[in-house]
Write a protein that binds this ligand. Sequence first.
Ligand code: GDP
Ligand code: MG
Length: 395
Amino acid sequence: MESRGTKREAGEIEVAEPGNKLPRPAPSLPTDPALYSGPFPFYRRPSELGCFSLDAQRQYHGDARALRYYSPPPTNGQSPNFDLRDGYPDRYQPRDEEVQERLDHLLRWLLAHRGQLEGGPGWLAGAIVTWRGHLTKLLTTPYERQEGWQLAASRFQGTLYLSEVETPAARVQRLTRPPLLRELMYMGYKFEQYMCADKPGVSPDPSGEVNTNVAFCSVLRSRLGNHPLLFSGEVDCTNPQAPSTQPPTCYVELKTSKEMHSPGQWKSFYRHKLLKWWAQSFLPGVPNVVAGFRNPEGFVCSLKTFPTMEMFEYVRNDRDGWNPSVCMNFCAAFLSFAQNTVVEDDPRLVYLFSWEPGGPVTVSEHRDAPHAFLPPWATWAHPPPHLAVLARWKL
Ligand code: GDP
Ligand code: MG
């Protein structure tokens, strides 16, 4: 073991200099809802900058080929009868969750478009780049009592990049996922297949395979307080009959949930599930979430549309409900905390922000593997034709 006073890692607490300054406590960020209940912060109406698709082999395409079209069953008095277990497991091609993609697909989109970004020169240098799903986790943090998270952060050419790291607990949960939970995950994707068609104006075809490699991702610009944001999120489908066909207002998020029978079940649904649904769809400006309620046999027999902007009404008068202001104020506070922590501009330097329910967000400092997540091709000012490297990253 090293004795005190010998070589130290940068970032370790320094010994107080006599008569000078006290040792600085490690910075952390509290997450108690009561601390974030001020007025709703500024949030710019999200606008779509572009999109990309991932195919059945999880290969990137810089177009909308994976976009599907909302095609609900005719509302002729009959209720739907979607068997969500149909095709499981024989017509299921689940994505390989061992592959940690980090920000790669989004970075590939950014590499192709960073020269033509709106917002004026230097907009990207002042922005935060991440996945929508990572921001969703930040929004719900003040109310989350089960699952912690870790976010890796690096600064490169001014831009702050945030990429989630799977926690050890989440990894254990994933590797020991009970068979019933695996089937429930399939059922969520199967619902999408019953509700979406590959072309506008045609009926869905639920006879094919469910392949969760396929994804359509929208790339959006927004701003929370003084934090310009560029993020991407997977979009389930577009509604060709939406009042406005302009993305993201034409997009629809699809969800399944257990059929509810008692007022207590509805109350719990509003407190817990609607919070997650609201956070996920509010961020990209997706105006509607269409829920399919499944019975114990796994059939969806009823549908209900929840407008994103009306979700808060279900908990507004509930003392144990959630508050959008708390979610957004905490997210803004975290982004400021991250901006002030990640000062050095170095893609090999990573700050790991860690949070477990009941505690504050804490930080640790790392260099290179395993946490560095900005690939060399994304950090080239002018990508040279290094063929071997290009091939390895499938460019
Ligand atoms: P969401 O809001 O949690 O669904 O995540 P996003 O819409 O931000 O998705 C960002 C990217 O991560 C997309 O390419 C998704 O296909 C992918 N993705 C979504 N959920 C998961 C997940 O649970 N694990 C991993 N590794 N990737 C995911
Ligand atoms: Mg969905």
